[in-house]
Design a protein around this ligand. Structure first.
Ligand code: ARG
Length: 295
């Protein structure tokens, strides 16, 4: 996550951003800290990215990089105002990748706004296009991760990122919530075929950023205005935690936008494999058996 130290709405690259309106940076910082506290008090680890002056959208850390199975794809922003964020994210991942079995950052060729448009499930990845991320970027992510990537077309300019239109609630059983009207007819059909048990959000909750939620499979950190969805989550057995990020919604983002999730490499994949190699480095000379194995 990246603190909103330099948060501002000085330009407009989505329908929520009104450069003529006031921004209360101190309030933004308090609200953002509330989200960090909520994560930490439910047992999550939060690492911070140092904010940079002149990058007012950097608080939306979800857009900087995508990490799946320890593999890291850098973003390539659609708007020039955010371009410089990429280097900061890449440097962070090069420095800290060792903690999640990564470290190499693949630069992007096509435009992708990372987790803004990529929703990672147990095996597959859902990917939005239409406003920011391009279908070419979906292929790039599929190549990097070896996972199937399902493309979904977004059609509502106010819900310009997939993470404003769809939330992953439980990535172990691929349980999601979404707002059907944010998607083209064809994508809507696909979603209803693939996710028959999904929670369906209404218009009010979608525009209250209700789908811009983060879930660990139990706690769902959800923007405070999404009342119906919050109730439906509780009925479905989740533990919704309301988060008020009203100041940050002025930039067109909320909980999920502020949160980049790190998905580590599987332990087995990170462990150096053949035991034989170990034996040949440290041959057990006392056993004729081991000597044979190392030859
Ligand atoms: N002002 C930012 C932009 O337009 C908002 C980003 C919202 N982030 C998100 N993950 N949906 O790029």
């Amino acid at each position: 996550m990246c603190p909103p130290t330099y948060f501002d709405v000085g330009y407009s690259i989505n329908p929520w951003m009104d450069p003529s309106g006031p921004v209360d940076r101190a309030l933004a910082a308090r609200q953002w800290s509330g989200l960090v506290d909520a994560y930490r008090s439910t047992g999550h680890r939060v690492d911070l990215l140092e904010p940079l002056a002149g990058l007012p959208d950097m608080v939306y850390a979800a857009n900087g990089t995508t990490v799946v199975d320890g593999r890291t794809l850098a973003a390539r922003f659609a708007n020039s105002q955010r371009e410089a964020e990429v280097a900061a994210h890449a440097a962070w991942h090069r420095r800290n990748g060792i903690f999640y079995g990564g470290g190499e950052v693949q630069p992007a060729v096509a435009v992708n706004e990372a987790e803004g448009d990529f929703a990672v499930l147990s095996r597959r990845i859902l990917a939005g296009y239409g406003f920011r991320t391009t279908p070419e970027a979906h292929s790039e992510l599929a190549m990097l991760t070896g996972r199937e990537v399902i493309s979904l077309e977004l059609i509502d300019p106010r819900l310009f990122h997939l993470d404003l239109a769809l939330a992953v609630l439980d990535d172990a059983r691929d349980h999601i919530a979404y707002y059907p009207e944010a998607f083209s007819q064809q994508s809507r059909r696909l979603l209803s075929e693939l996710f028959g048990d999904a929670l369906i959000a209404n218009e009010h909750d979608a525009y209250a950023f209700g789908l811009n939620a983060v879930s660990d499979g139990l706690h769902v950190f959800i923007p405070a205005g999404a009342r119906q969805l919050r109730e439906n989550l509780a009925v479905a057995g989740y533990w919704p935690i309301s988060i008020d990020l009203s100041e940050l919604t002025k930039g067109g983002g909320s909980v999920k936008c502020c949160t980049q999730e790190i998905r580590p490499a599987a332990i087995a994949a990170a462990r150096p494999e053949p035991l034989n190699d170990v034996m040949s480095i440290f041959p057990d000379t006392s056993s004729p058996h081991a000597a044979g194995a190392s030859s």
